[in-house]
Write a protein that binds this ligand. Structure first.
Ligand code: NDP
Length: 345
């Protein structure tokens, strides 16, 4: 029996595939082109347990149909990670909402059509973006838990690209829960959802380090490649962190454990600000001294503590039962891989 992983070439999905192969699962991943598929297969050493199917664009009708149909009798678990995570759009509905929402509905419809009796568990990669209230992130009196929802609407979610991405994750996750409600008697699978905050950590393969990284790791990459004089807002970035290796582990536990059924899992290790990233980079990597901004050391979360919304993910931590990688470790490992690739370590 196999695990189907959509968007297998993605930053998070590559770690998921890696951990699945380590645990001896057979994996059927999807990639958008044969070039990307071949590259991924070769990066995984042409492991015979890894098959890749081409799914070019998840916003197209029946995008997943051929791949799911082909392996219908063999797929026991489906992990849907594919979704656009970027802010490069002039058309939020077309570029963000549609692929996120239609891709989610489509993979579930394909399961219903071809594998209603074989797929037992589905895990959707949602996001903390589906939980957060943009206007209350700085509100010390506000608390979110696994049952909180982003209040944005179809209209307010189009205010700008960042908000658009967050709304896309909300609408896609809502679509998944609604699908299950409507099809409870038709499909066999149980649903679990993973809601990570900003995901950092190394790429699965050093060879994937490039001038521009995936959206979350690019936060670290761009600071490494800035200059001491560059305009630096110590609080410019403020949010939660989690390491990609923990996100992958949680995806596996999300279909392996019974306690995760019907749950949303908030993957949040704690908060950080831009200043905290700068502090780790300046303290851990002497080769960056004098080359990147220093800001006001130890005035971020690591120095003065968290502020703003309280993210209470105690339920998630209790269900998952493992300790998350620390902020220092995740930023250190992200930066170390970049510097190694550039011959600076
Ligand atoms: P990546 O951009 O690295 O991965 C996204 C994956 O989805 C890629 O394989 C991409 O393919 C694929 N994809 C995007 N759009 C389409 C499309 N229209 N048709 C087919 N495939 C598509 O991002 P991450 O690994 O960071 O994100 C993976 C998931 O995790 C997403 O659902 C994201 O929303 C979620 N997430 C990420 C967080 C983070 O901080 N990284 C935080 C919370 C949630 P290709 O690269 O070929 O375009």
């Amino acid at each position: 029996m196999s695990v189907f992983v959509s968007g297998a070439t993605g930053f998070i999905a590559q770690h998921i595939v890696g951990q699945l192969l380590e645990q001896n699962y057979k994996v059927i991943g999807t990639a958008r082109s044969t070039v990307k598929a071949d590259k991924l297969k070769s990066q995984f050493g042409n492991n015979p347990n890894l098959t890749i199917e081409i799914v070019e664009d998840i916003s197209k009708p029946k995008a997943f149909d051929a791949a799911i149909k082909k392996h219908a009798k063999d797929i026991k678990y489906v992990l849907h990670t594919a979704s656009p995570f970027h802010f490069d759009t002039e058309d939020i509905v077309k570029d963000l909402f549609n692929p996120a929402i239609e891709g989610t509905k489509d993979i579930l419809e394909s399961i219903k059509r071809h594998a209603a009796d074989t797929v037992e568990r589905v895990v959707i990669t949602s996001s903390y973006a589906a939980i957060m209230d943009f206007d209350r992130e700085a509100d010390d009196t506000y608390k979110v838990t696994e049952s909180t929802w982003n209040p944005d609407t179809w209209k307010t979610g189009q205010a700008n690209a960042v908000r658009g991405y967050c709304a896309s994750k909300k609408f896609a996750e809502e679509a998944a829960w609604a699908f299950l409600k409507e099809n409870r008697d038709v499909v066999k699978f149980k649903l679990s959802v993973v809601n990570p905050v900003y995901v950092f950590g190394p790429q699965q393969f050093d060879s994937d380090v490039s001038a521009k990284l995936n959206t979350s790791c690019e936060i670290v990459n761009s600071l490494i490649h800035s200059s001491p004089e560059s305009s630096f807002d110590p609080a410019g970035m403020y949010g939660g962190y989690i390491d990609v290796r923990d996100v992958a582990k949680a995806h596996l536990l999300a279909f392996q454990k019974e306690e995760t059924i019907g749950q949303r899992l908030i993957l949040h290790g704690g908060k950080f600000s831009s200043q905290d990233i700068a502090d780790v980079l300046n303290e851990d990597f002497p080769q960056l001294k004098g080359k990147i901004p220093v800001g006001k050391p130890h005035t971020g979360v690591l120095g003065v503590g968290e502020k703003g919304v309280t993210v209470d993910n105690s339920k998630t931590k209790q269900i998952l039962g493992f300790k998350f990688i620390s902020f220092r470790q995740t930023i250190h490992d992200t930066a170390a891989q970049i510097l190694k690739h550039e011959g600076k370590l």
